[in-house]
Design a protein around this ligand. Structure first.
Ligand SMILES: *[C@@H]1O[C@H](CO)[C@@H](O)[C@H](O)[C@H]1NC(C)=O
Ligand SMILES: *[C@@H]1O[C@H](CO)[C@@H](O)[C@H](O)[C@H]1NC(C)=O
Length: 229
């Protein structure tokens, strides 16, 4: 009995040591992103997974690596994944988990721009049409209906990533995630509701507890610890 218990304990300790040593520590200061204690300048490039087939992904990612990239970044395309409310599609060229795993296999970092707004010559900025049609919804502002839907989808994506242990804090390749996107460019038009919304986005991101930094692209007043990128 004693032997079994101590063997189990030893096993648990070994597992803990292995899993904590596989984790990548991603932080930042005023000068740079810091990976495992080292300031780094990373070169990242976009590959939007829905725009090619899974068969093409390893080749594209390998070429990106040979071209000198350290990281692959992609948006998440909400209207492709949830074309009808609560009916999801993560198959074929929408299998973003598979895409990130291929990035990991290639030995590159990944940057996940969840948004949900995507600025990518993509229909309606990636927002589902059904969302637009909900009575009373106002997009990308301090609107309860919009925020509830954004929270629902963002949480789903983060949980899918966590379940596959793909954040760097879990030993995965994702070193940065992004909430909202280029909102700073249009925020003034929303007045004080816009300011409340971006604070809410920051709070949402924080509570998702992913263990790597969150960025906001083009958000001069990004609420800490969101990084203005
Ligand atoms: C992660 O890196 C930062 C900055 O280098 C350091 O202050 C911190 O202690 C590290 N955290 C862990 C868990 O190693
Ligand atoms: C999203 O909303 C559905 C109800 O439409 C609910 O069942 C589900 O738990 C919600 N998901 C999250 C992550 O909040």
């Amino acid at each position: 009995m004693v032997t079994t218990t101590s063997t189990l304990l030893l096993l648990l300790i070994v597992c803990f040591l292995i899993s904590s040593s596989l984790a990548t520590n991603v932080t930042y200061d005023g000068r740079a992103i810091i990976i495992n204690g080292e300031r780094r300048v990373l070169i990242s490039g976009s590959i939007h997974y829905p725009r090619s087939t899974p068969d093409m992904w390893p080749g594209l990612i390998q070429k990106a690596k040979e071209g000198g990239l350290d990281a692959i970044e992609t948006y998440i395309f909400w209207n492709a994944h949830e074309p009808t409310k609560r009916e999801y599609n993560f198959n074929e060229n929408l299998d973003f988990i598979k895409f990130i795993k291929i990035v990991q296999d290639a030995g590159l970092f990944a940057i996940l721009r969840i948004g949900p707004y995507v600025c990518a010559e993509w229909n309606y900025g990636g927002f589902p049409v059904w969302l637009h049609q909900i009575p009373g919804v106002e997009m990308r502002t301090d609107n309860e209906i919009f925020k509830a839907e954004m929270q629902n989808f963002t949480t789903l994506i983060v949980n899918m990533v966590k379940n596959e242990r793909l954040f760097a804090s879990q030993g995965g390749p994702i070193i940065i995630a992004q909430i909202e996107n280029e909102y700073g460019n249009i925020m003034d038009k929303y007045g004080s509701a816009g300011k409340r919304y971006i604070q809410w986005c920051a709070n949402l991101a924080e509570t998702l507890n992913i263990g790597v930094p969150w960025i906001m692209c083009q958000q001069a007043d990004a609420p800490p610890p969101m990084v203005n990128a």
